[in-house]
Design a protein around this ligand. Structure first.
Ligand code: 1GP
Length: 253
């Protein structure tokens, strides 16, 4: 229960953390040592691995390599059931509750369940909510779903509420990797006020200021993907790491 506990502890303590998303298509095994060196200083809470569409058959070899460094739990963030491989610490078991595609709500999960059980992965039942972020992203297209309009916080709040009532253990508000706009303050606040479970926010977070806005609106964990691949990664990572620590220290009590 290491990963569920980590998220729950963030939620109940008010502390903040960040996860990095590694797209296996973008990280050859030869680049793992350098990547892990930069991550070791920043200290992410989780390392997520996955993508909406993977074209290199690398996930199964990458995950054990990442785990060797023991920096943070390595968690599968699957775009589909094919990305369920053994060897990770756990999996965000996503149900795409913002959409109305039965394959993404329950179909892929039925296919993946026996593999997850056999692999002994820790399961984090997660309500995955795609939010319109200015332009279609791979996640929107590949999932075959309409995102929730970015200016409809009440729809997001009710969707998250339903997810919590169904027993999900976390909500992931997602603009989609490479989102033009990250999720609005109003929407994050509306979801935060509607549910007690941990809140993960990702998609299009590129600066420390953006991260701060999102944390202050109510995210417990933010996810950084693309921004780490644009050459300024160590600087941004360290800034966000320092920000998360500062906000965590300011938690009353
Ligand atoms: C995508 O939320 C993650 O699933 C990260 O998004 O790549 O835009 O940082 P970015």
């Amino acid at each position: 229960m290491q990963i569920n506990q980590f998220l729950q502890d963030l939620r109940s303590s008010g502390k903040k953390s960040f996860a990095v998303l590694i797209d296996p298509d973008h990280v050859p095994l030869s680049e793992v040592p350098e990547l892990m060196l930069s991550l070791s200083e920043a200290g992410p809470g989780l390392i997520l691995v996955g993508g909406s569409l993977l074209t290199h058959d690398r996930m199964g070899r990458l995950i054990p390599e990442l785990r060797k460094y023991e920096i943070a739990p390595v968690v599968i963030f699957p775009g589909n059931a094919l990305q369920v491989v053994p060897g990770a610490d756990g999996i965000l078991f996503l149900s795409l509750i913002s959409g109305r595609n039965p394959e993404m709500l329950i179909g892929n999960q039925v296919v993946a369940a026996p593999m997850i059980r056999r692999a002994g992965l820790e399961v984090v039942p997660t309500g995955y909510m795609l939010i319109d972020s200015g332009r279609p992203t791979s996640a929107h297209y590949m999932s075959g779903t309409f995102p929730i309009p970015g200016d409809k916080p009440e729809i997001a709040a009710c969707t998250a509420m339903a997810g919590e009532m169904l027993g999900l253990k976390a909500i992931y508000l997602e603009g989609g990797s490479g989102a033009e706009r990250s999720i609005s303050t109003e929407m994050i606040q509306a979801v935060r006020q509607s549910v007690e479970i941990p809140l993960i926010v990702g998609g299009g977070i590129r600066t420390q200021a953006e991260a701060e806005r999102i944390y202050k609106a109510g995210a417990d964990l933010i996810v950084l993907g693309n921004a780490l691949e644009d050459g300024k990664n160590e600087y941004l990572l360290n800034e966000i790491s320092a920000l998360a620590q500062t906000l965590s220290q300011n938690v009353p009590g």
